[in-house]
Design a protein around this ligand. Structure first.
Ligand SMILES: Cc1cc2nc3c(=O)[nH]c(=O)nc-3n(C[C@H](O)[C@H](O)[C@H](O)COP(=O)(O)OP(=O)(O)OC[C@H]3O[C@@H](n4cnc5c(N)ncnc54)[C@H](O)[C@@H]3O)c2cc1C
Length: 468
C-alpha cells in the first residue's frame, strides 16, 4: 500500500478525489474527518483509529466506481462506512485510508407493491425504510437490529439479525438483489426481484455478510411482507435459565412462532428500567422471557398468548404479565431496548455467541462456571428463540478486566463445542477475526482468503475486516 500518500500529501489525494465527486465532498480537515474515525464498538475494545484519513462522500455508484479505480491505481485502502453502528470495529480505519461514506446515497428508489419488494440506495437508513413502510401502511420489513441509524447497505454487509430472527430470519433471508461496485471498479447487479433464481453460483449470498471486503453495496432490493394487525407483549418469569430455555422449544413445536422471544437476566431489566426512571413489572423469579406476539386476528393473538403462558407454567414459570395496552407495550419494549444503557460506560465486551437452542442450558451452565472461575460478573440477555446470547463482560476501573482474553476465549470454546458460533450476528470485523480458527477449519479459512484475493487482488477494500 502507498499509505505515504495519505500521511505526507493528503491534500493531493483530496484534490484527486474532488475531481471525481466535486469540491464539497472530499476533505482531510481533521475537524471534519475525526467524526468518521469511530463506530459503536465498545470503547474499551476499539482498536486505535489511524487519523491519517481522507473522507469522501460520493453521490452515485459511478463516482464510487471511479474512486475504487483510483484507489487501485495509487494503491490506497478504502474503509467503507455506513451508519457506523457496528460493534466489531468494521468501520474504524486502523491504517491510513480513504474513508468512503455512503451517506449521500440515501434515496428510496422504488416501492413495488405488486411484487412485495422495495429497492433502496444503500445509504438509506433503517429509520427511512420504516418511515416509508409506515406511510404505505400495509407492508412490513422484519429485520431490526437495535439501532435504527444503521444503513440498509450496512445491514446487508453485516448480515444483521436482531430480535425477530426466530420468526422471520435475518437479512440474508430477505435480500433479493444488490447493485455492487466490485473492488476493481466494475458495477454489477446480483440477483433480481425473484423468489427462485438458480443460475450459476450464488454471488448474491456471498456478498451478504462480506463486511465491506468484497464490494461496495450501492443498491438493495428487499422482500416485504403483509403486516400483522394485532400485537401483544408477554413477560413470563422463571426461577432459573434452565426452565426458561426449556419452555421455548415446546412453544415452537406447538406451532406458535412469536415475532421475538427475548431472554433477560432480571438484573439487566431492573437496571434498564431504573435508568429510564420507570420500574420493571416482574418481581418473582430471577430471569424473564419477553414474548412479542403478532397475529392476523385478535382471537389468535389471545389464544396463542394464553397457550404460551400455559406451556411456560408447565416449565415452572412463577409469574406472567400481559401488556394489553399500546402504552404498556411501548414501555416494556423501551426498557428492553435500553438493556445496554446502564452498562454502556463499563462494558468491556458484548459477546455474540450462538448455539443450537437445545444446547442453551448447558451453554449457560458453562458460562456461569467460567464467570465463577475467573471471578468476573457476566450478565446475559439474548435472542433465545434462535440460540443467540449476548453475555456482557464488564470492565474494571475503565480498563479491560484481568483475565478478559482468557474468559472470552473460553466462552467462545464453549459455544463452538456445542456446535455454535463465536459471532452470530455482529460480524467478524476486526475484533473477532483473531478467533476465527476456533470455529473454522484451516481449509475453509484458506478458501475465504482465496475468494478475497479473486475479488480484490490489491487488497484495497476494508483492510483488517475478516482478513489480515
Ligand atoms: C445499540 C445497538 C444494538 C444493536 N443490535 C443489533 C442486533 O440486535 N442485531 C444485529 O445484527 N446487529 C446489531 N447491532 C449492530 C449494527 O447495528 C449492525 O451491524 C448494522 O447492520 C450495521 O449497519 P451500519 O450501516 O451502521 O454499518 P457500519 O457500522 O457503518 O458498517 C458495518 C460494516 O459494513 C461495511 N459496510 C457498511 N456499508 C457498506 C456498504 N454499503 N457496502 C459494503 N460494505 C459496507 C463497513 O465497512 C463495516 O465493515 C447493534 C448496534 C447497536 C449500536
Amino acid at each position: 500500500m502507498n499509505t505515504e500518500l495519505l500521511t505526507k500529501t493528503p491534500e493531493k489525494v483530496v484534490e484527486d478525489l474532488r475531481k471525481i465527486v466535486g469540491q464539497d465532498w472530499a476533505t482531510c480537515d481533521p475537524d471534519l474527518t475525526k467524526g468518521y474515525l469511530y463506530d459503536e464498538t465498545e470503547p474499551l475494545l476499539r482498536p486505535k483509529a489511524n487519523p491519517a484519513c481522507v473522507v469522501v462522500r460520493p453521490g452515485t455508484p459511478k463516482e464510487i466506481s471511479e474512486i475504487v479505480k483510483y484507489a487501485n491505481r495509487v494503491l490506497l485502502p478504502i474503509t467503507v462506512r455506513g451508519g457506523a453502528t457496528n460493534v466489531v470495529a468494521g468501520a474504524i480505519p486502523t491504517q491510513p485510508s480513504i474513508i468512503l461514506s455512503m451517506e449521500r446515497l440515501n434515496q428510496v428508489v422504488e416501492m413495488d407493491e405488486k411484487d412485495l419488494m422495495i429497492t433502496l440506495e444503500a445509504g438509506a437508513t433503517l429509520t427511512q425504510l420504516l418511515e416509508t413502510l409506515k406511510h404505505q401502511g400495509r407492508l412490513f420489513f422484519p429485520v431490526h437490529p437495535g439501532d435504527e441509524g444503521a444503513q440498509i447497505g450496512g445491514m446487508v454487509a453485516e448480515n444483521a439479525g436482531g430480535t425477530r430472527a426466530v420468526k422471520h430470519g435475518i437479512m440474508r433471508n430477505h435480500v433479493k438483489a444488490l447493485e455492487v461496485v466490485l473492488p476493481t471498479g466494475e458495477i454489477v447487479t446480483l440477483g433480481g426481484k425473484l423468489l427462485k433464481n438458480n443460475m450459476g453460483l450464488d454471488l448474491l449470498n456471498l456478498m451478504i455478510g462480506s463486511e465491506g471486503t468484497l464490494g461496495i453495496i450501492t443498491k438493495v432490493t428487499l422482500r416485504l411482507y403483509a403486516k400483522s394487525k394485532y400485537s401483544g407483549t408477554l413477560l413470563v418469569s422463571f426461577d432459573n435459565y434452565d426452565d426458561a430455555t426449556n419452555a421455548v422449544p415446546d412453544i415452537l413445536q406447538e406451532g406458535i412462532t412469536p415475532l421475538a422471544v427475548e431472554y433477560m437476566d432480571r438484573i439487566i431489566s431492573v437496571k434498564a428500567a431504573e435508568q429510564l426512571k420507570t420500574t420493571w413489572p416482574c418481581q418473582k423469579g430471577s430471569v424473564d422471557l419477553m414474548f412479542i406476539v403478532e397475529e392476523p386476528t385478535e382471537d389468535l393473538l389471545y389464544s396463542n398468548s394464553e397457550q404460551i403462558v400455559a406451556i411456560c407454567e408447565k416449565h415452572h414459570a412463577v409469574d406472567s404479565i400481559i401488556a394489553d395496552t399500546d402504552k404498556e407495550q411501548r414501555r416494556l419494549l423501551e426498557i428492553r431496548s435500553n438493556a445496554y444503557g446502564p452498562y454502556k460506560e463499563r462494558l468491556a465486551d458484548i459477546m455474540d455467541a450462538a448455539v443450537p437452542p437445545s444446547a442453551l442450558p448447558k451453554f449457560f451452565d458453562e458460562v456461569n462456571a467460567l464467570s465463577k472461575k475467573y471471578n468476573r460478573e457476566v450478565v446475559s440477555l439474548g435472542h433465545i428463540g434462535d440460540g443467540n446470547i449476548h453475555n456482557f463482560i464488564l470492565g474494571e476501573n475503565g480498563k479491560l478486566p484481568e483475565n478478559y482474553e482468557q474468559l472470552k476465549e473460553d466462552i467462545y470454546k464453549v459455544a463452538v463445542k456445542y456446535g455454535g458460533t463465536v459471532t452470530a450476528e455482529h460480524g467478524t470485523g476486526k475484533t473477532r477475526k483473531k478467533h476465527m480458527p476456533l470455529q473454522l477449519p484451516k481449509r475453509e479459512i484458506e478458501l475465504l482468503y482465496g475468494i478475497k484475493k479473486l475479488f480484490d487482488p490489491n487488497a484495497i477494500l476494508s483492510p483488517g475486516n475478516i482478513f489480515d
